[in-house]
Design a protein around this ligand. Structure first.
Ligand code: ASN
Ligand code: ZN
Length: 340
C-alpha cells in the first residue's frame, strides 16, 4: 500500500468532471495511463507489467504545489504526478504517464545508466514508447503523434516539450550524434535516438500524420523510407530487452537494433537495411550496401622461390547464398583454394 498519501476517494463514485482542475479527474487520468501502458506492453509485447512479473504499480497525483513534473521511482515502484504549469495542467497526460512508467521497464531490462550516452538512450526509450502507447490507444482526443508532452502546455505557449522528427526544434536537443553528445542533459542527448525512431517509423522529409506536420532531416542528406511505428517499436523493444546493457552507447544501440531487426525480420532484409539507414541519418555508422563486399587487399611482394599465400575475404549480404571463388590465368605453381 501507499505510505505517504491518502487513498483517493470520490463521494458519488462519479470520478471528476473531465476538467484539469478536478483532482478526481486527475487521479482518473493517472489510472487510465497505468491501465493503457499495461495493456500496451501486455498486448503488443506479451510483457506482464513494468517488471514483467504481473504486478501493478502505485500512482500518486496532485503532488506538491506548482510542481511541473512527473517521475517514476523504482524504490517504491510508483509514479508521482504534479499539477503542472500554474497548478492547472496536471502531468497525467497519456504520453507523460507512458514515458515515466517506461523508465521502470528500462530499469527492469537493459538498465541503461542515467548519464552520458546511455542516459540519452534511456530517455529516448521513454519517449519512444510514449509515442507508441499513444498510437496504440488511438484516442480521438489524443491521437498518436511524435511530440512529447503536447497536452500539458509546459511552455505556456501551446508548444510540446520535445519533437521527435527534428529534436532541435525545442532549442536544446541534438538532431544527430556527435562525439560530445554524452555531455548533454539526458533529456537532450535523447534527441538523436528519438530522431532515429521517427525516421525509422515514418521516413525523412515532410509528412503529416494524424493532422500533425513533420519535416525530418537526415545527417547524410540521403532519404530514409519508414517501416511503420509498430515495426520500429518491436525492434526497439527487442533491442532493449535482449541486447542493450547498462553501458550501451549510441554505437551499441545501432548494433542492438540491427540484431533485433535480424531476429524479427531477417538479416539484410529491407527492414534491417532501413535500421542501418536510419542510424546513418543521425550520424551513427554507415548505410549497408547489398551485394558482395570484398575486403581490400594490399600489394603483395615476394622473393623468387619463396612460397606465397594470399587470403581474400568477401561476404555477401544475400542471406542463404554462399560465395564461390575462382581464378583464371594463374602463373605456374599458384593455385586457388576456395575454402575457409
Ligand atoms: N519527468 C522526468 C523524466 O522522466 C523526471 C526526470 O527528470 N527523471 O525524465
Ligand atoms: Zn524521463
Amino acid at each position: 500500500s501507499c505510505t505517504y498519501a491518502a487513498i483517493m476517494t470520490d463521494a458519488d463514485n462519479n470520478w471528476g468532471n473531465n476538467t484539469e482542475s478536478s483532482v478526481q479527474s486527475e487521479a482518473s487520468d493517472a489510472h487510465f495511463g497505468v491501465a493503457t501502458t499495461w495493456d500496451f506492453y501486455k498486448n503488443v509485447f506479451g510483457r506482464s507489467g513494468i517488471k514483467g512479473d504481473g504486478k501493478g504499480s502505485l500512482s500518486r497525483t496532485h503532488y506538491g504545489s506548482g510542481y511541473v513534473n512527473a517521475f517514476w521511482q523504482d524504490s517504491c515502484f510508483c509514479m508521482t504526478y504534479g499539477d503542472g504549469s500554474g497548478n492547472t495542467h496536471p502531468l497525467t497526460a497519456l504520453d507523460v504517464a507512458a514515458h515515466e512508467m517506461t523508465h521502470g521497464v528500462t530499469a527492469a531490462t537493459a538498465g541503461l545508466n542515467y548519464s552520458g550516452e546511455s542516459g540519452g538512450l534511456n530517455e529516448a526509450t521513454s519517449d519512444i514508447f510514449a509515442a507508441a502507447v499513444e498510437f496504440y490507444e488511438n484516442l480521438p482526443a489524443d491521437p498518436g503523434d511524435y511530440l512529447v508532452g503536447e497536452k500539458i502546455d509546459i511552455n505556456g505557449d501551446g508548444t510540446p516539450l520535445r519533437y521527435m522528427d527534428k529534436p532541435s526544434k525545442d532549442g536544446d536537443s541534438a538532431d544527430s550524434w556527435s562525439p560530445s553528445l554524452g555531455n548533454l542533459d539526458v533529456h537532450y542527448s535523447s534527441g538523436p535516438a528519438n530522431h532515429f525512431f521517427y525516421l525509422l517509423s515514418e521516413g525523412s522529409g515532410a509528412k503529416t500524420v494524424n493532422g500533425v506536420s513533420y519535416n525530418s532531416p537526415t545527417y547524410d542528406g540521403q532519404s530514409v523510407t519508414g517501416i511503420g511505428i509498430q515495426n520500429a517499436a518491436a525492434i526497439w523493444y527487442r533491442a532493449l530487452t535482449t541486447y542493450m546493457t547498462s553501458t550501451t552507447d549510441y554505437a551499441g544501440a545501432r548494433t542492438a537494433t540491427l540484431s533485433a531487426a535480424a531476429d524479427l525480420f531477417g538479416a539484410y532484409s529491407p527492414t534491417y537495411l532501413a535500421v542501418a539507414d536510419s542510424w546513418a541519418a543521425i550520424n551513427v555508422g554507415n548505410r549497408i550496401a547489398l551485394g558482395v563486399n570484398l575486403a581490400p587487399v594490399a600489394d603483395q611482394i615476394s622473393g623468387i622461390g619463396q612460397a606465397v599465400s594470399l587470403q581474400l575475404d568477401a561476404y555477401t549480404t544475400n542471406t542463404g547464398s554462399s560465395l564461390t571463388y575462382e581464378a583464371t590465368g594463374l602463373p605456374d605453381g599458384l593455385s586457388i583454394s576456395p575454402s575457409g
